[in-house]
Design a protein around this ligand. Structure first.
Ligand SMILES: [Zn+2]
Length: 369
C-alpha cells in the first residue's frame, strides 16, 4: 500500500493532515459520525454534503447480520447501498464482544457471537471479518481485536494482547484494502508496550488505540491513552474510538489523535441536547418556551437558519419526529465546525486558546453522554 496519510502542519503533538482513501481525501483531524447499520440516525445521505461530512463509520458485523453481504453486493457495495460516495470506515465487529446480547464466548481462532436475528451461534474469525469488509467495499477496515472490559486480571489482559496480535496478522493477510491495527493492553503500561510493538510491526496503514473507555476512571483513560499514542509511529494516522464530546476531542487532538468517532452528537440530539458555542442547551427546558432567539448565533446550519429555539423546544415537548432531525443536523454541523476550527488552530498555532474556550463552556457538565 502506498502512503495514505500526509501531515501538513503540526502544533505540539497535534497534527493537521490529509487521509487518502479510494473515495477521496479527508481533512484531519476528522470526526466521523456513526452509521452503525448504514444510517446516521435521522439524517438522509443527501444532507451529508451540506453537513461537510467526508467520512462516516459503519459496522461490519451489523451489516453482515442484516441485511447481509449478498444484499450489499447486489447494490454494488456499501456506498451504493447508503448512497454516500465519500469515505466509509468500517469497524470489524470486535467491539460487539462487550455487548452481552451478542457475545457467547472466545476461541483461539475467533469470537463466538449469538446472531441477534436468528439466535444461532457464529464463530467470528479475523478471516471472516476481513472478508465482510472486503466484499462490502469498505474504504478503511478495522482489524479484529480481542476487547476486555476494565478490571480484568493482568493475565487475561495479556492473553487478549497475544490473541489480538495473532488475529491482526491473519486479518492483514486477508484484507485487500486499507486496514488499521488496534493496540490493546488495558490499563497496564507494559502490556501497552508489548501490544504497540507487536501491532505496529504489522504492515497496517494506520493504528487505533483500543480497549479504553471500558469503564475505567477518566483520568486513568487519558493517562494510558497519552502513553499509548506516544508508542505509535508518528507518520501513520492514529484513531481513538468512541471519544466524542467537544472537550474530549480537542484534548485528544492535543495528544496527537487524527481520527475520532462517537454517537455523542447524534444520541444527545435525540435526547434534546444541543451542542453550541456557548455550551450545551437542553431543549426540553420549560424556560425556552418563549425564547425566540437562534439556537446558536455562530451556527449557519439549516436548522439555525430557519427556526428559533421556541419552535424546536415545542417539537421536543410534543415528541415530534422533526425535532430529532433538526437537532441531529445542527449537532453534526457543530461538530464539523469544531473540527474545522481545530484544523485552523493547528495551522495558526492557536490550539490552546480554543482549548481554553471549550473548557469554559464544556468543562463542567458538557461531557454527558
Ligand atoms: Zn445550527
Amino acid at each position: 500500500m502506498s502512503e495514505i496519510f500526509k501531515i501538513d502542519a503540526t502544533s505540539g503533538k497535534a497534527r493537521r493532515g490529509f487521509l487518502y482513501t479510494p473515495h477521496g481525501s479527508v481533512n484531519t483531524p476528522v470526526f466521523m459520525p456513526v452509521a452503525t447499520k448504514g444510517t446516521i440516525k435521522t439524517i438522509p445521505s443527501w444532507d451529508f454534503k451540506k453537513l461537510r461530512i467526508e467520512m462516516i463509520i459503519s459496522n461490519a458485523f451489523h451489516i453482515y447480520v442484516r441485511p447481509g453481504i449478498d444484499v450489499i453486493k447486489k447494490f454494488g457495495g456499501i456506498h451504493e447501498f447508503i448512497k454516500f460516495y465519500g469515505s466509509i470506515f468500517t469497524d470489524s465487529g470486535g467491539f460487539q464482544m462487550s455487548n452481552e446480547d451478542f457475545y457467547a464466548g472466545i476461541r483461539e481462532n475467533g469470537i463466538i457471537f449469538r446472531e441477534p436475528v436468528s439466535g444461532n451461534k457464529l464463530l467470528y474469525t479475523p478471516e471472516l471479518s476481513a472478508e465482510i469488509q472486503n466484499s462490502i467495499g469498505s474504504d478503511i477496515a478495522m482489524s479484529l481485536d480481542y476487547v476486555l472490559p476494565y478490571g480484568k486480571s493482568k493475565r487475561r489482559m495479556y492473553e487478549a494482547v497475544k490473541l489480538t496480535t495473532r488475529w491482526s496478522k491473519i486479518f492483514r493477510e486477508k484484507r485487500s484494502g486499507i486496514a488499521f491495527g488496534i493496540v490493546q493492553g488495558g490499563t497496564f503500561r507494559d502490556l501497552r508496550e508489548i501490544s504497540a510493538s507487536e501491532i505496529t510491526d504489522i504492515d497496517f496503514e494506520g493504528f487505533a488505540v483500543g480497549g479504553l473507555s471500558m469503564g475505567e476512571p477518566k483520568d486513568v483513560m487519558m493517562d494510558i491513552l497519552g502513553y499509548t499514542l506516544d508508542l505509535m509511529p508518528e507518520k501513520k494516522p492514529r484513531y481513538f474510538m468512541g471519544l466524542g464530546s467537544p472537550l474530549d476531542i480537542i484534548e485528544g487532538v492535543l495528544m496527537g489523535i487524527d481520527i475520532f468517532d462517537s454517537v455523542f452528537p447524534t444520541r444527545n440530539a435525540r435526547h434534546g441536547l444541543a451542542l453550541t458555542w456557548k455550551g450545551p442547551i437542553n431543549l426540553r427546558k420549560n424556560v425556552l418556551k418563549e425564547n425566540f432567539g437562534k439556537l446558536d448565533d455562530e451556527c449557519s446550519c439549516m436548522t439555525c437558519n430557519n427556526y428559533n429555539i421556541s419552535y424546536i423546544h415545542h417539537l421536543f415537548k410534543e415528541n415530534e419526529i422533526l425535532g430529532l432531525y433538526l437537532l441531529t443536523l445542527h449537532n453534526i454541523y457543530f461538530m464539523m465546525d469544531l473540527m474545522e476550527k481545530i484544523r485552523e488552530s493547528i495551522e495558526k498555532n492557536t490550539l490552546n486558546s480554543l482549548h481554553e474556550k471549550l473548557k469554559e463552556v464544556y468543562g463542567k457538565n458538557g461531557n454527558k453522554q
